[in-house]
Design a protein around this ligand. Structure first.
Ligand code: NAD
Length: 492
């Protein structure tokens, strides 16, 4: 079994099947949030490296070394890649933990396993997706087929580095595209290793390129590149808006954005299982240190059950006090970096300044010297117009808001620029359906918050983004529809 101190990291880019430094020679430090130490230096790539990666991806696409392989052949390679991820699960999980601070138990059990499952699922799907023959008159045949786009640019965030990359590269590669992936500067290491494993699995050189660097220096040149056919982005709404502008400013590349959230979790007094609702509310805001786009950060409680709910909820926080994420029992790890920790602390201070009542937590702590950690934090007396209820904090900060009837709950829940996920807890089937239908969100949970599967689309309404990751629907983002008309002259 691999251990943390056995790991060494290679921070060079991966272009054309090879490890290369940035053309400028520049590097930046990759700092572990676990204890603040420098793990390695990483290539600080810029437009010149993006040009090289796009050229490699374009050459690979045009000569058909991947795109023109039979779907069953692409399937075999991607299944080998999924197997290799699992074979390296310990190494990849430790990499993820050291790089961005999540508990190693989840890095392995959730991130690495889900990434492997995602790659396997699209591999398995790709030789089962058929084109169409349209019901046209007898004088012609119209074939409707799906074709790969060419070169797909992928930009991902740091909260699930390997998994977010897998959600995009798996469908993009399965249909035959070449990819240039820019991981977050805060967590670049697992994506670089993924590219090495893909080569080992048999993916031809140039088909998957990974170019680390900062957003404005490496991400923007990718989004603006005239040789990139689509840009698939996961990250903040602020940057997502820029991605659409850059796509329009350049070659009108297809732009798909999966963005932020401020998900409402509505608990009615007739909730069928208050204990389960409490576990879900606390467990989900603490999962991944609250650094999840779909974290249910606005907890709407029917006023009559607020006290009973909080009485049960606050003791649950003891389990989620931050600890060393390399310890296998830890469930709440480190915040990704000093800047994000400062952001969370600023929001906590703002919540207090605007009149919310701090019920628990609120402090940065250091269970590991040099690391970045914050206590799980609960605010009561929040109103939906407060900053902590409107803006995505991306930390373990829960805002409790009360309501008196379903209409008020739905109105407040929908009063947000976001629309990623939502939940409703009630034993009344009619109310569950009516509220689920009224909520403006890409996913609505009823009487649970944990279900998730590669088979269902993931994405949001409104400013939570455009398009969907996962499921067969994601294939739409990485293919163009083509109609081919064939004239048929009757011989009689
Ligand atoms: P971010 O927007 O700061 O960065 C995301 C990526 O974009 C990074 O790789 C970054 O380097 C790059 N980037 C930054 N500026 C850029 C620019 N000007 N041009 C091109 N690229 C640029 O987001 P983050 O802090 O890394 O991630 C957190 C955000 O991601 C949260 O808002 C979260 O909700 C969202 N997220 C959404 C989903 C989803 O599926 N909807 C999933 C995970 C995370």
């Amino acid at each position: 079994m691999t251990t943390a101190h056995q790991l060494t990291f290679d921070g060079r880019a991966f272009i054309g099947g090879q490890r290369v430094p940035a053309r400028s020679g520049a590097v930046f430090d990759c700092i572990s949030p676990v204890d603040g130490r420098v793990l390695t230096t990483v290539a600080r790539c810029d437009a010149a490296d993006i040009d090289a990666a796009v050229a490699a991806a374009r050459a690979a696409f045009e000569d058909g070394r991947w795109a023109r392989q039979a779907p069953a052949a692409r399937k075999r390679v991607l299944i080998r890649l999924a197997d290799l991820l699992l074979a390296h699960a310990d190494e990849l999980a430790l990499t993820e933990t050291l790089d961005m601070g999540k508990p190693v138990r989840y890095a392995k059990g959730v991130d690495v396993h889900s990434a492997a499952n995602c790659i396997r699922w699209y591999a398995e799907a790709i030789d089962k997706v058929y084109g169409e023959i349209a019901p046209t008159p007898q004088t012609a045949l119209a074939l409707v087929t799906r074709e790969p786009l060419g070169v797909v640019g992928v930009i991902v965030p740091w909260n699930y580095p390997l998994l977010m990359a897998a959600w995009k590269i798996a469908p993009a590669l399965a249909v035959g595209n070449s990819v240039v992936l820019k991981p977050s500067e805060k967590s670049p290491l697992s994506a670089l290793r993924l590219a090495e494993l893909a080569l080992q699995a048999g993916l031809p050189p140039g088909v998957l390129n990974v170019v680390p660097g900062y957003g404005p220096e490496a991400g923007a040149p990718l989004a603006l590149h005239m040789g990139v056919d689509a840009i698939a982005f996961t990250g903040s709404t602020r940057v997502g808006k820029q991605i659409h502008v850059m796509a329009g400013q350049s070659n009108l590349k297809r732009a798909w954005t999966e963005l932020g959230g401020k998900s409402p979790n509505i608990v009615f007094a007739d909730c069928p299982d208050l204990e389960r609702a409490v576990d879900a509310a606390i467990g989900s805001i603490c999962f991944n240190q609250g650094e999840s786009c779909n974290a249910p950060s606005r907890l709407f409680l029917e006023a009559s059950i607020k006290d009973a709910f909080l009485e049960r909820a606050l003791p649950r926080l003891a389990r989620y006090q931050p600890a060393n994420p390399l310890d296998k029992d830890t469930v709440m790890g480190a915040i990704v970096d000093r800047a994000q920790l400062d952001t969370i602390v600023r929001y906590i201070e703002q919540g207090q300044a605007e009149g919310a009542r701090l019920l628990a937590g609120g402090q940065a702590v250091q269970p590991v010297p040099g690391g970045f950690y914050v206590q799980p934090t609960v605010f009561d007396g929040v109103t939906n117009d407060m900053t902590i209820a409107r803006e995505e904090i991306f930390g373990p900060v829960l805002s409790v808001i009360t309501f008196t009837d379903a209409a008020e709950a739905v109105r407040q829940a929908n009063d947000s620029i976001y629309g990623l996920q939502a939940a409703v807890w009630t034993r009344d089937l009619n109310k569950a359906h009516a509220v689920a239908r009224a909520l403006r969100a890409g996913t609505v949970h009823v009487n649970q918050y944990d279900e998730d599967d590669i088979t269902v689309p993931f994405g949001g309404f409104r400013q939570s983004g455009i398009g969907r990751d996962k499921s067969l629907h994601a294939l739409d983002k990485y293919t163009e529809l083509k109609t081919t008309w064939i004239r048929i002259d009757s011989p009689w």
